[in-house]
Design a protein around this ligand. Structure first.
Ligand SMILES: Nc1ncnc2c1ncn2[C@@H]1O[C@H](COP(=O)(O)OP(=O)(O)OP(=O)(O)O)[C@@H](O)[C@H]1O
Ligand SMILES: [Mg+2]
Length: 287
């Protein structure tokens, strides 16, 4: 499997770009797409799923131009859109049967497949209840289930972990890791910890552009030896904030413990092991 995005732009109006001259090649495995609100994650994923067309550029899957031949993509695709809606009166079985019909998935094994997905996504207990009565996290898991109905070779998940509690996040991670053995999985998030432990490759986006790509260790290299911790008085905070990139703060006995990124660290700082969160913050602040 190979997905190639070549110099793709999406222009929404005269000078409003969702994506600008974006290129990336994706092979099998999990690609985590990270970027702040408005970075262009959904615009990019909608073009990959053939929901919208690029204004410029080419997208190919296994060398097939999917802007021209959308069906080549659609046949192999599973997609969870960011604004996924469910039908509140249907129960989980009915909803998945309905989605299967829309996707042209059928056959005698469909019931079995649906049961298997409901088990994997921990929805069996509620399977006969109307989806309207589900919690946000359960609805999200229904969205993930429908994306997997056709055993996709390319799975695109736009903010899949929104609303999932920590336990379900772990479940989700394991499920996706298993799937990614022989297919392409692209998932977006603006939460680094969602991507951190699951993605083989990470792409960081901002203002419609790719600002970094690589495995998590490569991305972290951007801030190696630049992450520090120090404690300052409350009164010093606004000056400190203006001069340094702050990752996190914690109040301790009237003082503030700060984790920050710097080329010129202040005296009495302790150097810390850099992580992906540090690197993401640094890249999005300095690009
Ligand atoms: N249909 C549209 N018409 C006009 N502008 C749009 C449209 N869709 C997106 N945009 C703009 O394109 C830019 C990228 O939006 P997009 O939704 O792709 O970002 P995102 O990274 O998915 O953000 P979020 O994290 O909030 O989901 C934003 O500035 C947005 O306002
Ligand atoms: Mg989005």
């Amino acid at each position: 499997m190979q997905l190639e995005i070549q110099n793709v732009s999406k222009r929404y109006s005269k000078d409003k770009f969702g994506i600008k001259d974006f290129s990336i090649t994706v092979e099998k495995g999990i690609l985590g797409l990270l970027g702040p609100n408005g970075a262009g994650k959904s615009s990019l994923l909608k073009m990959i799923t053939t929901l919208i067309k690029p204004t410029d550029g080419i997208i190919t899957l296994n060398k097939n131009n999917i802007v021209k031949d959308a069906n080549y993509m659609r046949k192999q695709l599973g997609f969870l859109p960011q604004d996924f809606g469910v039908y509140p009166n249907l129960n989980a079985y009915e909803f998945l049967e309905y989605m299967a019909a829309l996707k042209g998935v059928g056959g005698k094994n469909l019931k079995l497949k649906i049961t298997q997905l409901l088990e994997e996504l921990n929805l069996m207990d509620a399977a006969k209840k109307p989806i309207g009565s589900y919690s946000g996290g359960m609805k999200q898991r229904m969205g993930i289930a429908q994306a997997l109905l056709n055993n996709p070779k390319i799975l695109i998940l736009d903010e899949p972990t929104v609303g999932l509690d920590p336990e379900e996040r772990v479940r989700f991670r394991n499920l996706i890791s298993d799937l990614a053995n022989d297919c392409i999985v692209i998932l977006s998030s603006h939460i680094v910890s969602d991507i951190d432990s699951i993605a083989d490759q990470v792409a960081v986006m901002k203002n419609g552009k790719l600002i970094a790509k690589g495995n998590p260790e490569d991305i972290i290299k951007n801030v190696n030896n630049k992450v520090f911790e120090t404690t300052i008085d409350k009164e010093q905070f606004s000056v400190f904030k203006a001069q340094q990139i702050i990752v996190s703060t914690k109040r301790i006995e009237g003082k503030i413990l700060i984790r920050y990124i710097s080329e010129n660290h202040v005296k009495s700082s302790v150097k810390k092991q850099a992580n992906l969160e540090d690197a993401y913050l640094f890249l999005t602040k300095t690009n």
